[in-house]
Design a protein around this ligand. Structure first.
Ligand code: AQP
Length: 328
């Protein structure tokens, strides 16, 4: 049984991209692996957050984990800041990371672009992410395509530590879906669907009501022409919608093309909206039941207690290897 670790930031309303790219795989892995799934609130504060919204979104993401099928009896579900070992190992990893490595990160470049002032946390975020993974000696990290570069850094840092201080860390591997690893925005297929996009029309939130989903899909940008044909290079907008259709229906791309041959974008979009509604309605129902049950805090407390046992041991081992004087 391998160890699996992943997290999602409570930095907005979770999107269909988060679900298809990451959460769905969390559920798949929990039957065969030892899993750690966390709400990464310390990553969320690398951009400004409203305190009340951060608290609410942290509960919301936890409840969505459970509603999506993560079973707290099988997986450890917790909040990153409830296990302080993440921050401690995060600092240690920062000291092993080169500035050039951080400045090269595409996500840092995208998120800092055009901003007058950028917090240092946004730059060092990948070192904390490395700590999140290494603190459990995880073998596998289910993430979307956008996190691949951060995972490569994690592997480099693990190897760097091992060569300086002796073999200790497992070198983790990404677990990225073959299709659906990068769902694009509904208003611009050159950008990935993102929960912090200020335009809510650019994403489907997992908690969007059916009428909102229908409206967002009907307004989604399409390319010129009317043929439902998968051609990401020349028709990126409709290709993105076709790939979402494939993800939510389980049909293959040729099957979808054949189904809508000669029908144009209208009927395709209508059916796509219905497929998304069908997928999300039961998830939403479970979400509201979980929120009402008041179970969230108990689940998080138990998850953090179990995670802390392993994480604290790792930090103690790392400090010993690095030469920190232990308190007596
Ligand atoms: N559009 C996407 N397609 C496929 N996978 C995606 N993920 C995010 N967007 C897509 C995957 O979801 C997980 C959670 O990501 P995160 O919350 O840690 O931050 P992120 O990758 O930066 O996701 P967002 O939605 O874009 O958040 P904001 O807007 O706050 O930055 C990751 O596994 C990610 O790959």
């Amino acid at each position: 049984m391998g160890k699996v670790l992943s997290g999602i930031q409570p930095s907005g309303k979770l999107t269909l991209g988060n679900y298809i790219g990451a959460m769905r795989n969390f559920v798949k892995l929990q039957d065969s692996e030892e899993c750690y799934f966390m709400v990464v609130d310390m990553h969320a504060i690398t951009v400004p957050q409203e305190p009340e919204a951060l608290r609410e979104q942290t509960e919301m993401v936890t409840a969505l984990f459970i509603a999506a099928g993560i079973d707290p009896a099988k997986s450890n579900v917790f909040v990153q800041s409830h296990v302080p070992a993440h921050a401690e190992l995060g600092w240690i990893m920062t000291t092993l990371t080169g500035m050039g490595e951080l400045e090269r990160m595409t996500q840092f470049k995208d998120k800092s672009q055009g901003k007058e002032s950028v917090g240092a946390g946004l730059l060092v975020y990948p070192s904390l992410m490395a700590a999140d993974i290494l603190v459990y000696n995880a073998d596998l990290v289910p993430v979307g395509d956008d996190q691949k570069q951060h995972l490569e850094l994690t592997r480099d840092l693990a190897q760097r530590f091992n060569s300086r201080f002796g073999d200790y860390f497992t070198i983790p591997n990404p677990y990225i879906p073959e299709v659906g690893a990068r769902i694009m925005s509904l208003d611009d297929a050159s950008k990935k669907m993102s929960k912090s996009n200020p335009n809510p029309g650019s994403y489907i939130a997992l908690l969007d009501e059916p009428s909102v989903i229908r409206k967002k899909i009907s307004r989604a940008t399409t390319d010129s022409g009317r043929e439902v044909k998968y051609d990401p290079e020349n028709k990126p907008e409709i290709s993105n919608l076709i790939s979402i259709y494939a993800q939510v229906s389980g049909l293959s791309i040729p099957e979808i093309e054949a189904r809508f041959e000669g029908q144009g974008y209208g009927p395709f979009k209508k059916e796509l909206a219905e497929r998304i509604v069908e997928l999300l309605e039961p998830l939403q129902q479970r979400y509201y039941e979980i929120r009402k049950s008041g179970e969230i805090h108990r689940i998080l407390k138990e998850g953090a207690a179990k995670a802390s046992l392993i994480a604290n041991r790792t930090v103690a081992d790392v400090k010993e290897r690095m030469g920190f004087l232990a308190p007596r």
